[in-house]
Write a protein that binds this ligand. Structure first.
Ligand SMILES: Nc1ncnc2c1ncn2[C@@H]1O[C@H](COP(=O)(O)OP(=O)(O)OP(=O)(O)O)[C@@H](O)[C@H]1O
Ligand SMILES: [Mg+2]
Length: 268
């Protein structure tokens, strides 16, 4: 065994329950820029929580705190009581992160992209790894793509490969950063369905950061809206649809200024 072999990572099985996430009075500043202002919310184990908000409102910064890539200025994030900022927490809790741009290794084919984590952390032998990788590819309807390279894939396929790669880790918490960005509406709906089905199949806790109103309203158990670093509301899709708060109404139903002379006039 190599001297500096990495420590085996925890792998959730069906017996390992999903984890709950708690964000408490989280504040984050970069110099004088206050990005997160006293943000608090809770995601229950097995729930799908979608964090929405305009560009620059702090969604990705918040997600980075959950995976321990960012240190809070004050407040904290915990996963079933374990501080997300501590390295040792990732020995107790298995987190899968689906990056916005996929973050696949271009020099590896799809199969090896998925197998990489399992090989690096010595999770199973090659036969077991093959079983896990093929299973994840099947769930994402990617059976015939194992020997393709990321450059051979469409944007929607890359997103699905990125989800499959997170899935082989059998995470207890799955985080998605803009899972449907740059996809056409049909593929966005497919990805939304996949996120919802993974919750049903694995009871994994899912947190998605997204601008996608349809994704949020269709699959979220609850939605939080961040604006200017403040969490202005948390509620179910039904509650948000009913909200009279003009900030929420404007965000969920943005209107064009019909009097803007640059916009073409619609007949009727
Ligand atoms: N490492 C950093 N140093 C300084 N400022 C940062 C850093 N990371 C993020 N910011 C700032 O924090 C703010 C929030 O950024 P963040 O990436 O969280 O936005 P976002 O809500 O994810 O936006 P988008 O929807 O466009 O992805 C922005 O003003 C950004 O410039
Ligand atoms: Mg972002």
């Amino acid at each position: 065994m190599p001297a500096a072999a990495p420590r085996p990572r925890p792998v959730a099985t069906t017996e390992v329950p999903a984890v709950g996430l708690k964000v408490e009075n989280l504040c984050k500043s970069f110099g004088s820029l206050e990005v997160l202002k006293n943000v608090s919310f809770e995601v229950k184990a097995g729930e799908i929580f979608v964090l929405m908000g305009p560009s620059g409102s702090g969604k990705s910064v918040l997600l980075r705190h959950v995976v321990g890539l960012e240190r809070a200025t004050s407040g904290r994030v915990t996963l079933d009581g374990h501080d997300a900022a501590l390295e040792e927490t990732r020995e107790h809790v298995c987190i899968g992160l689906v990056f916005q741009a996929g973050a696949l290794f271009n020099s590896l084919d799809v199969y090896d992209n998925l197998a990489l984590y399992l090989r690096e952390h010595r999770i199973g032998n090659e036969v077991e790894i093959k079983e896990k990788v093929l299973h994840a590819l099947k769930i994402l309807s990617l059976e015939n793509t194992g020997r393709k390279y990321p450059s051979d894939l469409s944007g929607g396929m890359k997103k699905r490969v990125a989800i499959a790669r997170a899935l082989v880790m059998q995470p207890q918490l799955l985080l998605y950063d803009e899972p449907t960005s740059e996809l056409d509406p049909v593929m966005s709906a497919t990805i939304s369905e996949i996120i919802a089905s993974l919750k049903d199949q694995y009871r994994v806790t899912s947190v998605a950061v997204s601008h996608d109103r349809d994704l949020a309203l269709n699959i979220a158990d609850r939605i939080g809206i961040l604006m200017g670093g403040e969490l202005i509301t948390v509620g179910t899709p039904a509650e948000l649809k009913e909200s009279q708060d003009p900030r929420i109404v404007d965000f969920l139903h943005p209107k064009f200024d019909l009097h803007n002379p640059r916009f073409k006039k619609l007949e009727n």
